[in-house]
Design a binder for this molecule. Structure first.
Ligand code: CO
Length: 255
């Protein structure tokens, strides 16, 4: 069941999204060679709690942390650990925040120092795929239009999308209907978008083959060919001018 939000609910989600944007920008500055992924996680958890919010991932299906920190060939759901970031890697940070009973979900892929051309392009293409998909989140369009926008853009740049994981509705729950695949066709692609649906759109893009597996930790999703992956996600309100809740134009800059 797809839940369309009220203006009042959107106000709460907007506040939640502003806190998210602030956190993402602080995390961006912390991503440097030598930083442990658990240090990012600890910072994020303390920040979220200090704002009167709650981490949305911690405890979700037993997930143990506030952030998902996925390094290089890890696509999503990397568990923060003692692992240090190294120059040349890319790192995807995914975070969910609950505020006054409502959730926003967002992710960014950052460069650790200088990265090679392939990784630079991967980040740019994934970011741009999300920006293009956001522009399609208008009433009257179909869910599949979002997916097709992502898929076509990514494929036209020589990269591919992961099939096993999708975007999703978000609000009172971290995951609501509908699922939003990053490819077409699929069963629900003809669903009409309605004003005030809130969608977590999240292209997961790989430089090599789209095949992935889950590591022994039962969470970390890794590319089979060990090629790098990137992940951008924003929580978006469907409207004539789609509203991005988890980015603030004043503080959030393109990668
Ligand atoms: Co999500």
């Amino acid at each position: 069941m797809i839940i369309v939000k009220t203006e009042y609910e959107l106000q709460i989600m907007r506040e939640c999204g502003r806190i998210m944007a602030e956190l993402l920008n602080l995390l961006a500055d912390m991503v440097k060679p030598g930083v442990k992924t658990c240090e990012l996680d600890r910072f994020a958890e303390e920040f979220i709690l200090s704002k009167g919010c709650k981490p949305a991932f911690k405890g979700y299906r037993g997930y143990p942390a506030t952030l998902c920190v996925s390094v290089d060939n890890e696509v999503i759901h990397g568990i923060p650990s003692d692992r240090k970031l190294h120059e040349g890697e890319i790192v995807s940070i995914d975070v969910g925040i609950f505020y006054k009973g409502y959730c926003t979900d967002a992710a960014r892929t950052y460069r650790v120092g200088k990265v090679d051309t392939k990784r630079n392009k991967l980040i740019q293409v994934t970011y741009e795929a999300l920006q293009r998909a956001i522009k399609v989140a208008v009433p009257g369009k179909r869910l599949g239009d979002i997916s097709r926008e992502i898929y076509n853009y990514v494929r036209s740049h020589g990269f591919d999308v992961v099939r096993e994981f999708t975007g999703h509705g978000v609000g009172k729950f971290l995951h609501e209907d509908p699922m939003i695949p990053n490819y077409v066709p699929y069963k629900w692609q003809n669903l009409r978008l309605q004003r005030y649906m809130t969608l977590a759109i999240e292209p997961m893009v790989v430089a090599g083959k789209p095949n992935v597996y889950v590591k022994d930790d039962n969470w970390t999703v890794v590319t089979k060919d060990n090629e790098p992956a990137a992940h951008f996600e924003d929580t978006v309100v469907v409207n004539n001018h789609p509203e991005v809740l988890t980015a603030d134009s004043l503080i959030d800059s393109p990668p």
